[in-house]
Design a binder for this molecule. Structure first.
Ligand SMILES: *Cc1c(COP(=O)(O)O)cnc(C)c1O
Length: 381
């Protein structure tokens, strides 16, 4: 099955009782048993829910994994992965990482004796010198948030595997339509399904996709034991969103490529970060491991000037000023004070995340309207 068919059919079957084409929302906390311990595979809804199960089967198929496990948010999904580690273990993470992921690694798990190092992985060979005897997990994003750096996933996974270390790829920005990390050697894939998978800015949700049965069982154990499960309505909304993933992401990529080119030629814009630009340092690797360059574009107005940014951010009409990304509507944001506010400035500056950086999540609106909106907003400078 090709991905455009998988998004609609993989793991999804009409309801056997009624023929309902849409997966029903099983809004129940428990299931009737005919005799103690005699049931139809469902006992209690933290442990099993048919709506969630259908979504998990669909997501596992999309990412070419053995199985997937869904959670109430992307960060709850990450929490479950990290809970498979133990005190004394170490995580090596890419330094340009989502702010909430940084905070969870550093503040929450650091407190329980799981140390994290944040390192530059723009050259995959760099990873070699950071893997030590305590390293148990490599954490990468590609493209990264918000600098849209490209990491050579295949090279990273190979170095990690040779050292007996697992790799988790946060695939939120790329989506399985553009990139399937398990095919490149990853052991685990994480999504904030809040973003492109849901796609309509109406639900918070997360998922871990596992390459092996063993990892799937380990994460499922944490899901049941820690309990950060999503509700069935939320699972339904993600299932519905995924059905148009390919159409939405394709249009977002087309729009983003045109916007990146427009910004590149704009006199007030100092620098554009987009892996689709031929001069972007990650362009060749992106071409190799992705099927498109994605809908996220960042650009810098220069001089580390937050005030300049504020003027533009207050002026756009279609690009709504908001956290999050991956919805049908275009969003604009200021990473330094919004999504990445939890990362200290000296850490941020190492990756080029200045106070004058603006991040766009390009939606599926008409491209002329979007460019016109940015054009009029940049006129305030
Ligand atoms: C939003 C996001 C997360 C966190 O997901 P939530 O659903 O908000 O908990 C993790 N990684 C990336 C790349 C994100 O954009």
């Amino acid at each position: 099955m090709k991905i455009e068919t998988k998004v609609i059919h993989a793991g999804i079957h009409p309801d056997p009782q009624t023929g309902s084409v849409m997966t029903p929302i099983y809004q129940t906390s428990t299931y009737a048993q005919s005799s103690p311990g005699v049931h139809q595979g469902y006992e209690y809804a933290r442990t099993q829910n048919p709506t969630r199960e259908t979504l998990e089967n669909n997501l596992a198929a999309l990412e070419n994994g053995y199985g997937s496990v869904c959670f109430g948010s992307g960060l709850a999904a990450m929490d479950a992965i990290l809970k498979t580690l133990k005190s004394g273990d170490e995580v090596v993470s890419i330094n340009d990482v989502y702010g909430g992921s940084y905070r969870q690694l550093k503040v929450i798990f650091g407190k329980f004796g799981i140390e994290s190092k944040f390192v530059d992985l723009s050259d995959a060979q760099n990873l070699k010198k950071h893997i030590g005897p305590k390293t148990k997990l490599i954490w990468v994003e590609s493209p990264t948030n918000p600098m849209l750096q490209i990491v050579d996933i295949e090279a990273i996974c190979k170095i990690a595997a040779e050292a007996g270390v697992k790799t988790c790829v946060d695939n939120t920005f790329a989506t399985p339509f553009l990139q399937t990390p398990i095919d490149l050697g990853a052991d685990l894939v994480l999504h904030s399904a809040t973003k492109y998978l849901g796609g309509h800015s109406d639900v918070v949700h997360g998922v871990v996709i596992c390459k092996t049965k063993e990892d799937h069982e380990a994460i499922k154990f944490v899901q049941n034991a820690s309990g950060a499960v999503p509700g069935p309505l939320d699972c339904f909304l993600i299932l519905r969103g995924i059905k148009t993933l390919h159409l939405r992401v394709q249009r977002a990529c087309e729009n983003a490529e045109k916007i990146a080119a427009f910004l590149q030629g704009h006199p007030k814009v100092e620098k554009v970060y987009y892996p689709g630009l031929p001069e972007n340092p990650g362009h060749q690797i992106a071409k190799k491991q992705m099927r498109g360059f994605g809908g996220m574009v960042s650009f810098d107005l220069g001089n580390d000037d937050a005030e300049l940014c504020r003027k533009v951010l207050e002026k756009t009409k279609y690009f709504l000023l908001a956290e999050s990304l991956g919805g049908v509507e275009s969003l604009i944001g200021h990473p330094a004070s919004m999504t990445h506010g939890s990362i200290p400035k000296e850490e941020r500056m190492k990756t080029g995340l200045t106070d004058s950086l603006i991040r766009l999540s390009v939606g599926v609106e008409n491209i002329d309207d979007l460019i016109g909106d940015l054009e009029q907003a940049l006129e305030v400078l």
